[in-house]
Design a protein around this ligand. Structure first.
Ligand SMILES: O=C(O)CCC(=O)C(=O)O
Length: 283
């Protein structure tokens, strides 16, 4: 590995760090263009949640059909940042995804952590717009070291917006019939007691990014600014990462989408959908 950049100590200690201007203007333009195109060519994972005041939109793995997003994933500084974060010369792209919160939406991204992959797993969340602290992703500092797998009670608060994702979460806290229901704790009601937690966030400009450990508990408010708040996220693993034993729903969704992911519970993350990047020592 080449020498460790400054942000790594904070990442290891806190589970999340903001890296200023890690992505130049060209990358930001490319990601914005990719999202625009993706809106006209949604993948089977596309979601639009509209509370009447503004929508919360997202899609996943759309680099497979959107060349701008593919180029961002394959050529931007993201893979290099991930190789530092995961302390590995070889990393794999596990997922690309984006989120857009239109102005006025009150839809929160609920507090959660990302658990469908276990083992070394980080995300790079790139701001594509100016984002004040009131509209950005927040983290509970140090929660990556809690040593628990927690599930939100449900992903979206408004029953009208409940989706497959929501019933997935509800299942883990339902009547206990699910074999693995007792593996999980329930995420605490952080919003009801914010002062009890060490919540950290940063106002961001286009090109700034958040690097976070997938286990760090995170969530985001709606968007009460006067402009859309767009973010492009890539998720990264090493060869030690594996599919969590509760990830059957993900495997089924990928099978249905035709993406040929070839995943199995407890199995490795390999194959064309998860390209590998190698870095020489000292680069
Ligand atoms: O940007 C958001 O609102 C959600 C981000 C998130 O939860 C993630 O990238 O894991």
């Amino acid at each position: 590995m080449s020498s460790q950049p400054d942000f790594i100590n904070d990442y290891i200690r806190d589970g999340a760090v903001c890296i200023r201007q890690a992505f130049s203007k060209n990358w930001i333009t490319l990601a914005r263009e990719g999202i625009e195109k993706n809106l006209t060519q949604p993948s089977p994972f596309f979601r639009k949640l509209d509370d009447g005041d503004g929508a919360f939109l997202s899609d996943c793995w759309s680099r497979r059909q959107i060349p701008e997003l593919e180029q961002f994933c394959l050529e931007s500084p993201a893979a290099r940042i991930a190789s530092h974060a995961l302390s590995s010369n070889r990393v794999r792209l596990a997922q690309d995804t984006w989120f857009v919160k239109e102005p006025g939406t009150s839809q929160r991204t609920p507090w959660h952590h990302d658990t469908v992959i276990q083992g070394p797993f980080c995300s790079i969340w790139v701001a594509l717009d100016s984002i004040p602290q009131s509209a950005t992703l927040e983290f509970i500092r140090g929660s990556h070291a809690w040593g628990k797998i927690l599930m939100p009670k449900s992903f979206f608060e408004d029953p009208a917006l409940r989706s497959a994702a929501d019933s997935y979460y509800a299942d883990f806290h339902g009547d206990g019939t699910r074999r693995d229901a007792d593996l999980f704790g329930q995420i605490p009601d952080i919003e009801a007691d914010r002062d009890a937690y060490d919540i950290v966030s940063w106002a961001m400009e286009p090109g700034d990014c958040l690097l976070f450990d997938a286990r760090t508990v995170h969530g985001a408010p709606g968007n009460q600014t006067d402009h859309p708040v767009r973010r492009f996220v890539t998720r990264w693993v090493t060869d030690e990462a594996y599919v969590a034993h509760h990830a059957q729903d993900l495997i089924e969704a990928l099978d249905k989408s035709g993406l040929n992911a070839d995943l199995r519970l407890g199995g490795p993350i390999r194959g064309d959908l998860f390209p590998e990047f190698s870095f020489e020592d000292g680069r």
